[in-house]
Design a protein around this ligand. Structure first.
Ligand SMILES: [Zn+2]
Ligand SMILES: [Zn+2]
Length: 329
């Protein structure tokens, strides 16, 4: 099969012919329809996330058809449409797994990082970490739900249900999905983009944001919660300053530049800072139930598998509305 392979960090991906993945008893062989391109893929390629499997097939937002199943597979069958997210394996035995925090598992496996992922025509995936995909998402528009959607939803679920005013900092793939869920639940969204990124601000307003502006601007109302998707540490004290008493800043990215020091009084009055790591299968089940009811519609820019490096550079340069998705034929 064709695959776009990371052979060495800090180098572009290379197109290679590789053998079809071999599946074990608990695995599915999936023929890909599409795979989303996530900022985490950039962090892996750029070396900000260390020690990936090498050579590696990146990609952790997989939509495809099951074409073969291992002997112990019980839930999904040949012909089903499956989604594969970032969380690819957990041990089920460590203290984190036992207390319902499998996202923090000590022996965790991540799709497209420590396990080969979806920048390829086929992928093998552990059945217990795959999800049946609602029919409306059996196409490229479904791919961003598998990470941008899930991580955004996990960030959202960290916030007090009574919060109304939500700031979202960094208006890309995750934000454009989360805003739809949040508005459907009566939240008021304040969207922060790169300064002077009028296109992204218009996009946020079209999706129903109450206000959109540059990340250095002061929002017209105090926020109950702030979710930071941009990998920019200086946004943490900025968001704290935008918060009302008792508010929370949730950092949704896996990597962020250093956070500058800040005075205690912007944290005082029970403001808090929370990071979000990975996802649990429960998050995925909840989100994939909610998404078709909203219904969440994703905006995608599609690329051929062989154009993965172009998709990555467009993402790096902020040239994408919504989400970048590789489409296989
Ligand atoms: Zn574990
Ligand atoms: Zn991701």
């Amino acid at each position: 099969m064709d695959a776009m392979v990371l052979e060495e960090q800090k180098k572009p991906l290379v197109l290679r012919k590789v053998p079809l993945p071999h599946i074990s008893a608990n695995q599915l062989l999936i023929k890909l329809t599409a795979c989303g391109v996530c900022r985490t893929d950039l962090h892996i390629i750029d070396g900000e996330l260390t020690q990936p499997k090498l050579p590696l097939i990146p990609g952790h937002e997989i939509i495809g058809k099951v074409v073969d199943t291992g002997s112990a597979v019980t839930h999904l069958k040949i012909g089903d449409v499956a989604g594969v997210p970032w969380l690819g394996y957990t041990c089920g035995k460590c203290k984190y797994c036992l207390r319902g925090q499998e996202n923090l598992c000590e022996s965790v496996g991540f799709t497209g990082y420590t396990i080969d992922g979806g920048y390829a025509e086929y992928a093998a995936a552990n059945e217990q970490y795959c999800f049946p995909i609602p029919p409306i998402y059996n196409n490229p528009s479904g791919a961003p739900l598998l990470c941008a959607g899930l991580i955004g939803y996990r960030c959202y679920s960290m916030i007090n249900k009574n919060a109304i005013n939500f700031g979202i900092y960094g208006f890309g793939a995750a934000a454009h999905i989360l805003i739809q869920v949040a508005i459907s639940q009566g939240k008021k969204i304040f969207a922060f983009t790169r300064d002077r990124d009028i296109d992204a601000q218009q996009f946020a307003l079209q999706l129903g944001a109450a206000w959109a502006g540059g990340s250095s601007e002061i929002p017209p109302e105090k926020l109950d919660a702030a979710i930071i998707f941009a990998p920019v540490g200086s946004l943490v004290p900025k968001a704290l300053r935008d918060l009302d008493k008792g508010g929370i800043v949730v950092c949704g990215g896996i990597h962020m530049s250093d956070i500058p020091s800040f005075p205690y009084d912007i944290l005082w009055e029970e403001r808090s800072i929370q990071s979000v790591a990975n996802l649990t299968r429960k998050d995925a089940e909840q989100f994939l139930t909610i998404a078709p009811k909203v219904p969440v519609k994703t905006e995608v820019t599609t690329y051929k598998l062989t154009d993965a490096n172009k998709a990555l550079s467009d993402l790096r340069n902020g040239n994408i509305h919504g989400a970048a998705v590789l489409v296989m034929d």
